[in-house]
Design a protein around this ligand. Sequence first.
Ligand SMILES: [Zn+2]
Length: 369
Amino acid sequence: MATRQNLAALRVLVIDVIDMDTIDVTNLNRQFLFSESDVGKAKASVAAEFVNKRVPGVKVVPHVSAIQDMSDDFYERFNIVICGLDSVEARRWINAKIVGLVDDNDPTTIRPLIDGGTEGLRGQVRVILPTITACYECSLDMIAPQKTYPLCTIAATPRLPEHCIEWALVVGWPQWHSELFDADRPDHMQEMYERALERAKEHCISGVTLSLTQGVVKHIIPAIASTNAIVASACCTEAFKLATAIAPPLDNYMTYAGNDGAHAYPFSLDARPDCPVCGGEALRVDLAKSATLSDLLESIAVQAPKASISAASGPLYMRNPPVLEKATRANLTKPLSELFESGSELVVTDATLPFSLRVTVRFSQDDHR
Ligand SMILES: [Zn+2]
């Protein structure tokens, strides 16, 4: 949001903005283009209207849509793409799309991708020059897994209010309900809170509240408007430098930490030759000969959380359609050596990814895992 205000002030002439969300009352404290009368309207449309009125000579074109619904023709129109996305999945998608549009013989198809994100008092900005610098996918394994608590702690020795909430979510809910927990349903959330509170009382733990329950089950980190403003202005400064060449752009990653004093730290990430998006090589995985297909899927879970996998001989495991899933399920527990030879190249697909992943699996000599 702050990005849009800044870009307009820099006199970027045409800004297309894509956002599928509508304005919620909880957005108003940090998304300054919106006011109470806008609640329920599309974010993209209201933001566009505001900036178009406020900054003469700038044209903002709204698109109320998911980024995944826009065609290649749409993305090919732009010189620079700036993202403020809310998930790893969406970032991987746009990264693969923009890298995929590069034609090696036409440098104008290298569209800089600027990505900004915040988490509470921390933030990061990166500038991706597709096929030149590291892309988003190159550094996928840098992403820290979500904070979780060991199951033994939450089940046996809870000490924190968070342990009680996590227990109600992971252990309790599946016992009480056949229906999956839905964090967007107020009745589910209320029950989760009450159950967690009950458990906390049994263990003499205080501090379970409804808002903590919401935070833990949704893994919410509160958004802080001023951190967003810092990251948004850094994104816009990079766009401005790239558009005008008045100064070298960020090479290629900057973290901002406001949670530990305040400092910004820029560093250069290297592109990975085995990056499935911008590198040419297949991802290499080494596993013991006795490892099963399940073990293999687990070892690539960061890259492909819902992977289907095929060898040259045919499908090894397919998540869809159900009939194929059933037919290939038995392979999951088989040792890899029964399914293919060491050094084989496999193809991994995942419904959340706009590309397929090539993986070369080698069996290690000794069988100790
Ligand atoms: Zn890459």
